[in-house]
Design a protein around this ligand. Structure first.
Ligand code: IPM
Ligand code: MN
Length: 371
């Protein structure tokens, strides 16, 4: 049996509950493929601040860099909202992304047929949607300098800086074109080039990269229009590549196409490291109540198999177990609508149903693939 070590950072709110299930599913699946997963858990986010005085310690950052693969739950909550900027839970997440160099954030948006009715949007508009949002994650206005708050003639003002270099744009663009090659071969670059200088540079740099990919169709859209098109006709999109801030906003919007933000996984990749986290937040209001939806965390574990372990089969097994439990009618509170054949269940029970399906699947298929 081979071995791999991953770092788990359950974080705040519902983070620990959903991460626990994701880890169980990951271990069980990988074991069937002859890979034993060891985990090292660390405090992260608000809980890190409470226990260690820092939302993330240098030791934790070094450990993540050393072991390369990180599974994260969620960070943040009202309890830590008034801390100064660099002690906030979110600061830990930004630091981790930056230090791991995971500049490409992949957010796949797929509508599960059994959930098409759970979205606030009409079923015929969303069904069949399959989008990959490729969000730039370590640059743009999240990190640009200067960033400061000062005062002018007694009037306070603040500055954030949206800055992109050609190198930063072109490496994320290449990730988008590469991903499109395995999909419908279309890339849409989203910017605000009618107003922002950084967007004009973004667009020009993406066009340059597109010359290396004659087989991929490139188009451009302004971010405000894209926000509208996502709810008007989401089926038109294949790969969307965009900057850090626009990607943050558009991916929350796109999440609602799937019925619940509780369904959305993400992978953040650099040249060697991988950080995997659900897109949803820490939902402190439902933390510890066994009602959170663990499916986004589990789907993030599937992405870890796919992108960091190169275990496509294992990833598919996890993803199909999610589809099966939904088909069987199991729903956490966020997905539940009083429909026939559906059953409202808690977080733990969802984990157990997934395990049951996985075990059956593993037993009935001959899993002999070596990694
Ligand atoms: C996300 C989150 C983070 C972000 C926050 C928590 C810093 O909203 O992963 O989308 O803005 O990137
Ligand atoms: Mn966000």
């Amino acid at each position: 049996m081979k071995e791999a070590t991953i770092i788990t950072l359950p974080g705040d709110g519902i983070g620990p509950e959903v991460t626990e299930i994701a880890v169980t599913i990951l271990k069980e699946t990988c074991r069937a493929y002859n890979l034993e997963i060891n985990t090292i858990e660390r405090n992260f986010g608000g809980i890190g601040y409470d226990r260690d005085g820092e939302p993330v310690t240098e030791e934790t950052l070094d450990l993540c860099k050393k072991h390369k693969f990180v599974l994260l739950g969620a960070v943040g909550g009202p309890k830590w909202d008034d801390l100064c900027a660099n002690k906030r839970p979110e600061a830990a997440l930004l630091k981790l992304r930056k230090e791991l160099g995971v500049y490409a954030n992949l957010r796949p948006i797929q509508v599960f047929p059994d959930l098409a009715g759970s979205s606030t949007l009409k079923e015929e508009i969303i069904s069949g949607t399959d989008i990959l949002i490729m969000r730039e994650l370590t640059g743009g206005i999240y990190f640009g300098e200067p960033r400061l708050t000062s005062e002018e003639n007694g009037d306070p003002f603040s500055v954030d800086t949206m800055k992109y270099s050609r190198l930063e744009v072109q490496r994320i663009a290449r990730k988008a074109f590469d991903a499109a090659r395995l999909r419908d071969k279309r890339v849409l670059s989203v910017d605000k080039a009618n107003v922002l200088e950084s967007s004009r540079m973004w667009r020009k740099s993406v066009i340059e990269v597109s010359e290396e990919y004659p087989d991929i169709e490139l188009s451009h859209m302004l971010v405000d229009n894209c926000a509208m098109q996502l709810v008007r006709d989401p089926k038109q999109f294949d790969v969307i590549v965009t900057g850090n801030l626009f990607g943050d906003i558009l991916s929350d919007e796109a999440a609602m196409l799937t019925g619940s933000i509780g369904m959305l996984p993400s992978a953040s990749l650099g040249e060697t490291n991988g950080l995997y986290e659900p897109v949803h937040g820490s939902a402190p209001d439902i933390a510890g109540k066994d009602t959170a939806n663990p499916l986004a965390a589990v789907a993030s574990a599937a992405l870890l198999c796919r992108y960091s372990f190169g275990m496509e089969d294992a990833a598919k097994k996890i993803e199909s177990s999610i589809e099966t439990v939904l088909k069987e009618g199991y729903r956490t509170a966020d997905l539940f609508r009083d429909e026939p054949e559906t059953k409202r269940i808690g977080t733990k029970m969802m984990g157990e149903q997934l395990l049951k399906v996985l075990r059956q699947d593993i037993k009935s298929s001959e899993v002999t693939i070596e990694i």
